[in-house]
Design a protein. Structure first.
Lengths: 239, 239
DNA sequence: CGCCTCCTTGAGTAGCTTCAAATTATGTGG
DNA sequence: CCACATAATTTGAAGCTACTCAAGGAGGCG
């Protein structure tokens, strides 16, 4: 039995989780760098991330680094959009050691046929992904490196906090600077310099697989961060 | 009675359109610059775009220009994601004179309760939007100005062609250069220079409200364009 | 015609990239 | 546990891309 993770799946109530979780008996594991699914694969199941970090990547030629177009945290579906779409436009890559619960599309199909409200909740969860995509478009199009990286780290903080229920001043952080670069549209060299700037501003520091947040308010200000676009289940934000 | 537009709604079959269209008796019009709905508004209906162009914009302070995070073409829903989300994270702005068909969420709710397949089709249409968002993240993060604008124009061409069924070498184009700038994360000055480059390369030219495509293959190459991410209904592409 | 908006062009510069090398972390086998 | 190999980060210097500021031109509309 899969115990209910926090985070995105908090959009589901206990009854809804009670219906969904029995369909996710098969658990799986991936190592850092494993490709969970390839662009264009025909998928017959989706995965709920239980632990670790997964990226959606768009490959760009063999020489260039691929772009990270999305990041998934524990409690989020990694590829729920494959249920209606069947084939994805991007790769799904495990960035850390990850653990996932698998749900077959056939099972999901039958379950959702009998529960319109649950279907709408899953729809909503994919729409929150889309809202985050829009924010990434804005961030990578309209923000300068310092604000961009700060905002990225704010989002990491917020989603990680939601996933592991409870705000901390130091969180596990297993992204490499080149991962941040791929997600923010910068070079890893410039990410390095930008993280130094954030450190020297007294906002936060990344080292030893930990993100230490020294001044959350300052970091939010520097990244012009407003969490509304994350549509957090239990938050009382404006949206 | 709303006659079925081409484009995104081609994902629906005739029967499904037959069920949906009677709910869209109210038609509306907007002028260029009209704000169709504001960020955070509580929405009780969604709009299908019949003619014109609509942008989803994230406002960024009062001084700076707002970022265009998405563009909607005829045959696409402008804010279908408001059905599950209720409140949106962005403004919806009419860029041209537009005509829309309105569908109340209550009506949609009842219709979808009785038709799981139709519900899944509408879900799918919002997921295509999300796929396009991901492409925009990639484009604005990883492409240089020339490729970026070329790719943007390729997308415009493809979606416009789908909306008005039939490939043409000259299409109506009512975006200003500052709109292209807001959508691509460039300045309007640089868009002007970039369009000149594309013109001098013999790819395409924008003038008098028309986009003239002189060398579609060359434009696609310059923008590294692959339409798979658009999940066109009747296309036989790999995805 | 005069006004306003949009587009174009030029000059100077900031921000980020590229390339390359040095330094520090991480992991592995003996 | 150390020595080594590999991967990740940091720093420096030089260059290019795109931005900013500013002025001039073109077109549309009252």
């Amino acid at each position: 039995m899969t115990s209910k993770p926090s985070g995105m799946v908090d959009h589901l109530n206990a009854e809804q989780w009670g219906k969904l979780s029995p369909l996710m008996m098969h658990h799986g594991h991936f190592a850092p760098g494993d490709i969970v699914s390839h662009r264009g694969d025909l998928l017959d199941h989706s995965l709920l991330l239980l632990d670790g970090l997964v990226a959606r990547k768009v490959p760009r030629g063999q020489r260039a680094r691929s772009t990270v177009v999305a990041l998934q945290f524990p409690g989020e579906f990694v590829d729920l959009h494959a249920f209606p779409l069947k084939k994805l436009d991007h790769d799904v890559v495990s960035l850390t050691g990850t653990s996932v619960a698998r749900i077959a599309h056939d099972d999901l199909h039958h379950l959702l046929n009998g529960d319109v409200e649950l279907a709408r909740k899953l729809w909503l969860m994919t729409l929150v992904d889309a809202s985050i995509h829009r924010h990434w478009v804005m961030r990578n199009s309209a923000m300068r490196a310092l604000a961009r990286v700060a905002n990225f780290l704010c989002e990491y903080d917020a989603r990680m906090t939601a996933a592991y229920a409870g705000e901390r001043d130091s969180l596990p952080f297993s992204l490499r600077q080149s991962d941040i670069a791929d997600a923010t549209g910068l070079t890893s060299v410039h990410v390095s310099r930008t993280l130094r700037d954030l450190r020297e501003h007294g906002c936060c520091s990344v080292s030893g697989g930990q993100l230490a947040i020294h001044d959350r308010a300052g970091l939010h200000k520097m990244g012009m961060f407003d969490a509304a676009y994350l549509y957090m289940p239990q938050s009382g934000t404006a949206l």
